[in-house]
Design a binder for this molecule. Structure first.
Ligand SMILES: NC(=[NH2+])NCCC[C@H](N)C(=O)O
Length: 587
């Protein structure tokens, strides 16, 4: 196996069109060659239409000139012709397509390069709140963030995952005080009966403590004292707080393990971590005149965002009573990620309602001189998960949907569809496949919908074998694996002199475009681009398999087709893995 990058044909063709442009019109050198895949040929360039005006000519004439230049070029094009108002249709030789397939199969990375090398990317994702249940919104950030971490990492970025846990703030005063006054309360992981989690017990306790805080003035005072004790590092209070954090983290870990995400305990760098940095950050912002006093509080007035009253919207740096909140922490966080972690790409995966918050944090960081030109900071927003009624997903009683219940439900429906399709599966195999299919289905449904849009959580549709679903892709993979097993999983051997059938050609071209799909995920931060690619690939495979018999074909055609099967199976498995979805061998 090698690990040299195999350049995609699309890029090679684009390069030769660029050379042709520079050759016929040197003044246009460097212009976009506008090359795409096409239904009419392997590739099509629209450069003549885009550039004719600048070249002071008509599109058909420019297309003709480019065609002539391409004929002399040493690039991959064999057949070049003008079509329509000035398109240039380009076909590449069959041999070249087979060579691409062979080179990718011989490569440990399917021929993919590492275009993101030199990028150090912080991905802030998941970030649930301690002592509260994770809700469906946290499911989205966890799944999307994890897939981005995988794709960007594969493309060569150095990825630093940051789980910005909500583990600090005034609510802990209430909770700790309440627990202290009620030592009989049971909430530890191992004391609870199976099924309940420490975090749901804490969530309940928090609600009770909150009610006590609102009703009982003396309890409220004692709770406030507790916050002060916590923030000033009182050992007993800190010990209690740590206990709560670690119990909650156990429950989060159960979810992470089940989802199979990359997040580890070392990635947990919660709000509390920034506590010791806050005063420095505030001093710096105040001395620079960016943070200013306003009605007893310290704020940063935005120059970009206006509030509902039409005045500049403020970031709250220090509250009137002296406390620090979410805004303060995020200011310290962005400075830390730039100055200490030395990241040059900062991604924050949270729901779209936090868009203005991050816009203002980035603005402040720019004004403070932390966020400079070579550094990209981006909020990666996503929409709301809706219930069957089209409203934000809640339980019947209006409460948060427990994520574990949601995953259990998906897995049990997946078990039903899988066992219907394959009644002979042994019970333990069925358990394992149902888990992979159910979890994969939930993840794929999320990743394949346009990120910023809301989507309806429809388990029935998610676990279907038909349509653009995770189960469909997993099944497509198992079908190809079964063909390869029947053939005895041979070493790939390709005879590049064999003529390609149309369906083989379409599949080979699609296989060659994998890196393009991955780069699109990196530039748009939309895992949907990878989902769409894998779905197209699976469908191209189906068309190929219907048109071109594999196992019953004569040699050398049979071996060439088996190689196409192999590369398709490996690409599907690889792509699913970058989405955080497993590809079982059978289902
Ligand atoms: N740096 C950040 N603000 N990250 C996102 C934190 C998300 C927050 N804990 C929430 O549940 O909404």
């Amino acid at each position: 196996m090698t690990n040299h990058e195999v350049l995609p044909l699309l890029g090679q063709v684009a390069d030769s069109v660029s050379r042709a442009i520079a050759h016929v019109h040197p003044e246009l050198a460097g212009a976009d060659p506008v090359v795409r895949r096409s239904e009419h040929a392997d590739f099509q360039s629209n450069a003549a239409l885009a550039l004719a005006k600048r070249a002071r000519t008509k599109p058909p004439e420019l297309a003709q000139a480019l065609t002539a230049a391409l004929a002399d070029d040493r690039g991959p094009a064999t057949h070049v012709e003008v079509s329509g108002p000035g398109f240039v249709n380009i076909t590449v030789p069959d041999q070249l397509l087979w060579n691409q397939v062979a080179a990718r199969l011989a490569n440990s990375r399917l021929g993919m390069g590492t275009p993101n090398e030199g990028q150090r990317t912080v991905i802030d994702y998941s970030a649930p709140n301690i002592a509260k249940e994770m809700h469906v919104g946290h499911l989205r950030t966890t799944i999307i963030g994890d897939s981005l971490a995988r794709v960007l990492g594969f493309l060569g970025s150095e990825v630093i995952r940051q789980n910005h846990l909500g583990d600090w703030g005034t609510q802990f005063g209430m909770l700790i005080q309440y627990l202290d006054e009620h030592p009989e309360l049971t909430w530890h992981h191992d004391e609870l009966e199976r099924g309940a989690s420490a975090v749901s017990a804490l969530d309940e306790l928090y609600k009770t403590a909150r009610a006590a805080f609102d009703d009982d003035l003396e309890f409220a005072d004692r709770s406030r004292d507790r916050v002060v004790a916590l923030q000033s590092g009182d050992p007993d209070t800190i010990a209690r707080w740590k206990e709560i954090v670690s119990e909650s983290e156990k429950a989060f870990r159960d979810i992470y393990d089940r989802l199979g995400v990359l997040l580890t305990p070392e990635d947990s760098v919660g709000e509390s971590f920034y506590n010791h940095l806050l005063t420095d950050v505030i001093t710096e912002l105040t001395e620079a005149g960016i943070a200013v006093e306003s009605e007893g509080a310290l704020v940063i007035f935005s120059e970009e965002v206006t509030g509902p009253d039409g005045n500049p919207a403020p970031l709250m740096v220090r509250k009137r009573e002296g406390g620090y909140g979410y805004d303060t922490t995020d200011l310290a966080t962005i400075r830390y990620r730039i100055h200490d972690l030395k990241a040059n790409r900062l991604l924050y995966v949270t729901d779209s309602r936090q868009a203005l918050h991050f816009q203002m944090i980035f603005e402040a960081a720019r004004r403070a001189g932390w966020l400079t030109d070579g550094i990209e900071a981006a909020h990666v927003p996503y929409g709301t998960v809706l219930g069957p009624d089209g409203r934000p997903f809640k339980t019947r009683s209006g409460g948060t949907v427990r994520l574990m219940d949601l995953l259990d439900d998906a897995v049990s429906r997946a078990r039903a569809v899988v066992s219907e399709k394959n009644p002979d599966l042994a019970a333990d195999a069925l358990d394992q496949i149902a888990e992979q299919a159910g979890i994969g289905a939930v993840k794929y449904a999320d990743l394949s919908s346009s990120r910023v849009k809301d989507y309806v959580f429809d388990v029935e549709r998610m676990v279907s074998f038909n349509g653009n679903t995770g189960v469909y892709l997993q099944y497509a993979h198992t079908r190809i694996r079964s063909i390869l097993r029947k053939a005895g999983d041979p070493e790939a051997s390709i005879d590049p002199t064999i003529e390609l059938q149309p369906a083989e050609r379409a599949l080979a071209l699609e296989l060659d475009a994998y890196s393009t799909a991955l780069s699109e995920v990196s530039s748009t931060l939309e895992p949907l681009k990878l989902c769409g690619y894998l779905y197209d690939l699976a469908r191209d495979f189906t068309t190929f398999y219907e048109a071109c018999p594999v196992l019953s074909a004569d040699e050398p055609v049979r071996s060439n087709r088996l190689a196409l099967c192999q590369l398709t199976a490996r690409t599907l498995q690889h792509g699913l893995d970058l989405l955080g979805i497993s590809a079982p061998e059978r289902m």
